[in-house]
Write a protein that binds this ligand. Structure first.
Ligand SMILES: [Zn+2]
Length: 335
């Protein structure tokens, strides 16, 4: 990305092993993330031409001397954060905040090849070469599904519970799938977009509400005997969506927030009086990846449905335009 709205597909230097713990992966599927739209729209500043992308499925082509588990030829998926998976933070399940973490977006995976740091900790080996029709679902596991799963987990989705989801992007829709899979009885999602409303229902939403803000909060309370939801997923990242999420949760309820926040300054006293649990941040997708890969491989879940446009890598700019104009929810890029 050269500037807001200016995406170009260009030749860069071939990735190589920089650290002995690196791998070089040939990317078989990559995609555009909702968070890539922040710099595209000029909300997050760019400092010159920037490689893009942090989601990937691929095949290992090279490994550094210190890589022990991952081998050349392995089919792999990794999260959007590289992590050693051995430090205390990782072992506690918070790999996205690993003491050694590297954000994959600083390297860029919307490419034919990419360097993956901390390969043994970061990459999850697939059971074999995936069937082509499984690629979208495996790619979803790399970020949006894992993020939705963490959010649903943080919202304590489970049997007998009502979970509200604020946000109908790929993460919000993945959270719907996750909440239902985790046993939530009722999943209420906020959406005005007809295609996304239909997909939300297909993924397990029981109630789709067009209301936003306080009107949404009021409807969630109506649906829950005046109490509010047991758990809420926040998957947008604005001040309004944060309050929509916090307000929708009952006192003592759990809010899992995974929308990257922009301009959010929560009022302390209002937050204090809400009495909710808040837990979120960059999702530790690596914690969930082995289980998610397994579910996808068994075809028990199909999170690949969040991709509604597939383009060759060289048409990446068109993919950004389609997502920016909301003509596509999520765009898959093939090499
Ligand atoms: Zn770590």
């Amino acid at each position: 990305m050269h500037a807001p709205g200016d995406v170009r597909v260009e030749d860069r230097d071939e990735p190589t092993i920089v650290e002995a713990t690196d791998a070089v992966v040939r990317v078989t599927a990559a995609c555009i993330c909702g968070s890539d739209l922040w710099p595209y729209r000029g909300v997050v500043p760019l400092h010159g031409p920037t490689p893009m992308g942090h989601e990937y499925v691929g095949v290992v082509e090279q490994v550094g001397d210190a890589v022990r588990e991952i081998r050349v030829g392995d089919h792999v998926v990794g999260s959007f954060v590289a992590s050693d998976n051995t430090c205390e933070i990782c072992r506690a399940g918070y790999q996205s905040r690993c003491v050694e973490h590297v954000m994959m977006t600083t390297i860029g995976t919307q490419a034919e090849r990419t360097r993956v740091p901390l390969a043994d900790g970061t990459l999850v080996r697939l059971p074999g070469e995936p069937d082509a029709d499984l690629l979208p679902a495996l790619l979803a596991a790399s970020d949006v599904l894992g993020t939705g799963w963490f959010a649903a987990d943080a919202a304590h989705a489970g049997p007998g519970r009502t979970v509200a989801v604020v946000g109908d992007g790929a993460v919000g829709l993945s959270a719907v799938l996750a909440a239902r899979h985790l046993g939530a009885e009722r999943v209420v999602v906020s959406s005005r977009h007809p295609d996304r409303q239909a997909l939300a229902r297909e993924l397990g939403a029981t109630d789709v509400l067009a209301e936003r803000g306080d009107a949404f909060v009021a409807r969630v309370k109506e649906l829950t005997g005046g109490y509010g939801a047991h758990g809420v997923v926040e998957a947008v990242g604005t001040e309004e969506s944060m309050w929509q999420a916090i307000g929708s949760a009952r006192p003592g309820g759990h809010v899992g927030y995974v929308g990257v926040t922009h301009g959010v300054t929560l009022d302390g006293l209002r937050l204090f009086m809400s009495g909710v649990h808040l837990h979120g941040g960059p999702a530790p997708v690596r914690r969930y990846l082995p289980e998610l890969v397994d579910l996808v491989w068994q075809r028990a879940i199909d999170p690949g449905k969040v991709f509604d446009l597939t383009l060759p890598l060289e048409k990446a700019a068109e993919g950004y335009r389609a997502m920016d104009e909301r003509r596509a929810t999520k765009v898959l890029l093939t090499p």
